[in-house]
Ligand binder design. Structure first.
Ligand SMILES: Nc1ncnc2c1ncn2[C@@H]1O[C@H](COP(=O)(O)OP(=O)(O)OP(=O)(O)O)[C@@H](O)[C@H]1O
Length: 619
């Protein structure tokens, strides 16, 4: 039975020092030195909002963040030079020293066995400069070089990310669940010169090293050594904390994210320093509602684009990034963490919410939690309802892609229409368009699209790296085409139907898998499901549901249960959508980011029937 302890009061716990790190800035001379170092950064942050020649007062945090938000929303110009580490983190460090920020940490990490690390913005600055010196010194990386960053949720991921920004190195995040073929694909495609990873992945990298000629240096984050690898923790201990941040242009590449691979081979998406570094400000304010007194936990993996929410959104606002190592994603651990720590804002993918609502949530008291968000997949209305009924908290859903920031969302304080992914998020002009890029009227199904002409939003991917054909294919008329189908209602709310390839065409009826999955989710037998088209000689294709049953129903007669579920779907949604075929399975294929890979099930269906496949298998 889960325990329900009260929330921890910040600062009252015993902190175990993390190997190689102190929890205080190193010494007072370092503090004095830092004061000098961050002054140019603060001037730069002020410079965004002042007229030339004016000598500005110390910016109050709200004014500083409001200036970034104005840039994000397009009412102020994007500065020519921008670097998140210097212009945001060092500015907050300066404000923290001047007492313009509550005394909560900037970073708060909890290991699987309960050890904790807390850093102030000042400590984050010192430590990330040391890390930057490791990248520049031992690894010999130059601005513009690429580094594959494959670490679990450990403090070094945040240090290495900020260090890359300081050194102008382009980071290429990957999840630590990557196997040899995935690592080889990412190293070859990105032509990364260096990799930083942890113990379990090092042998996998060594196994494919010979096939990756661009790879020159390998950094191991471990307390033990390995031949052919430099030890990050040892180098870090010895590294100087003096480092001048590289002067990056807003448009310079900052990161390359591989897409999730839900529909096929992951694509490389390049983002600039400004696209995430400034482009996520509105999301962090209007969707996540973060302020400097908040503690934000985003339980995502470090390897895909939602990790950018963890890296940028809290810190834009001077809030605390909370991280649980989560060696395994377990509902009880997440719920326990939410009750034990004063987390105010929680984010995870719908898959995790589906897991959490299987538990008895009334046994937990989330005394500090006040705002919950999700994205990356559609949130079933039933899951949202269960969470809300038991916790009293809404789940605010956002919709976006690796290529974009938030496209649509249920922003804090707006009315939620259950099942809708909310309204278009500024600065994007989001429309439903036909295949030629013509805007469709409300109510008509079409492509979700973002206007990119006459002006391409700066908070947008630069390109699919080394793939101009794919970049060009994603554009139609004045729009970027997301590849997702939806309609917009007369109030401006968007209703997701599915990815282009996922929409089922049965006897000319177009059926979105999400509607059927959401209907199934309302039946107590269903833990989760994936709905795909299956070949049918008369109808072309029919709806087939792959269902994971709750333990209480697993011994029921399958035929009887199939009929019961079919009747249930006919009752709660338009009857033509009911699954004519049902298969009970123990688990569903998912990407490492937790998204259901319908493409695998669909290919299996069409392959079994020796029919042409509708889409490629994921990597
Ligand atoms: N709130 C949401 N509701 C429905 N779908 C969503 C939502 N948020 C994200 N998505 C889906 O996730 C996609 C973006 O995911 P991501 O960029 O991680 O790569 P992917 O599309 O899953 O992978 P790949 O492009 O490699 O197949 C969107 O295009 C959309 O299909």
């Amino acid at each position: 039975m889960p325990q329900a302890p009260g929330p921890a009061v910040h600062g009252s716990r015993t902190e175990k020092p993390f190997p190689g790190f102190t929890n205080q800035a190193e010494d007072s001379s370092m503090r004095l030195w830092l004061r000098g170092l961050v002054r140019p950064a603060l001037t730069c942050a002020r410079g965004l909002s002042r007229s030339p020649g004016q000598s500005p007062p110390l910016p109050v945090p709200q004014k500083m963040v409001a200036t970034w938000e104005a840039i994000c929303l397009g009412t102020r110009p994007v500065p020519e030079y921008f670097n998140f580490a210097q212009d945001v983190l060092d500015a907050w460090s300066q404000l923290e020293k001047a007492g313009h920020r509550p005394p909560n940490p900037a970073f708060w990490w909890v290991s699987g066995d309960g050890a904790e690390v807390k850093w102030s913005f000042e400590e984050l600055g010192t430590l990330s400069r040391k890390a930057a010196n490791v990248l520049v010194g031992a690894c010999g990386l130059q601005p513009g070089d690429r580094m594959l960053l494959v670490l679990p949720r450990i403090p070094e991921w945040w240090l290495a990310s900020v260090a890359c920004m300081r050194a102008g190195v382009v980071m290429v995040p990957g999840t630590s669940q990557l196997m040899e073929k995935d690592l080889k694909y990412r190293l070859q495609e990105s032509r990364a010169k260096s990799i930083i990873t942890s113990g379990p992945l090092a042998p996998r990298v060594d196994a494919i090293r010979a096939d990756c000629p661009s790879l020159q240096t390998k950094l191991l984050v471990s307390d033990s050594s390995r031949p052919g690898w430099m030890n990050f923790r040892e180098l870090f201990r010895e590294a100087s904390a003096e480092h001048s941040c590289v002067r990056t242009k807003s448009r310079d590449p900052m990161s390359i994210f591989f897409t999730s691979g839900t529909t096929g081979t992951p694509k490389m998406v390049e983002h600039s320093h400004a696209s995430h570094g400034l482009g996520l400000v509105a999301c962090s304010r209007q969707f996540m509602a973060l302020t400097e007194s908040d503690i934000f936990w985003n339980a995502t993996d470090t390897g895909w684009v939602k990790a950018a929410w963890t890296l940028f959104c809290a810190w834009h606002n001077g809030a605390c990034v909370f991280v649980h190592e989560l060696p395994q994603v377990e509902a009880k651990v997440i719920l326990h963490t939410l009750s034990r720590f004063p987390i105010t804002t929680y984010c995870s993918v719908p898959t995790i919410y589906r897991l959490l609502v299987q538990e008895d949530l009334t046994r937990y008291q989330f005394q500090s939690l006040k705002h919950c968000v999700t994205g990356g997949e559609a949130l079933n209305p039933d899951v949202r309802e269960k969470w809300k009924n038991q916790t009293g908290l809404e789940v605010h859903e956002g919709y976006g892609q690796s290529e974009t920031i938030l496209i649509c969302a249920n922003l804090k304080g707006t009315t939620i229409k259950p099942g809708s992914m909310g309204k278009a998020c500024a600065p994007y002009d989001v429309q439903i368009v036909d295949d030629d890029g013509n805007i469709l009227p409300p109510g008509e199904e079409g492509n979700v699209a973002i206007r990119i002409r006459p002006k391409r939003p700066f908070c947008f991917f630069s390109c699919y790296l080394d793939n101009p054909k794919k970049t060009a294919e994603s554009e139609r008329g004045d729009f970027y085409i997301t590849g997702d189908r939806a309609h917009m209602d007369t109030d401006g709310y968007f209703w997701f139907l599915g990815r282009n390839d996922d929409v089922i065409n049965s006897s000319s009826y177009r059926i979105g898998p999400f509607e059927v999955e959401s209907a199934l989710a309302e039946h107590p037998a269903v833990v989760e499901s994936a709905v795909v088209g299956s070949p049918d000689p008369i109808r072309g294709e029919v709806v087939k549901a792959f269902i994971v049953l709750s333990p209480a129903y697993s011994s029921r007669d399958p035929e009887e249960l199939t009929r019961e579920l079919q009747e249930h779907v006919k009752r709660v949604t338009a009857p033509y959508k009911y699954p004519r075929k049902v298969a009970f399975v123990s688990e569903l294929p998912k990407t490492v980011s937790g998204k259901i890979q319908r493409v695998q099930l669909r290919n299996q269906e069409w392959r079994d029937k020796r029919q042409p496949q509708k889409g490629p298998a994921g990597l």
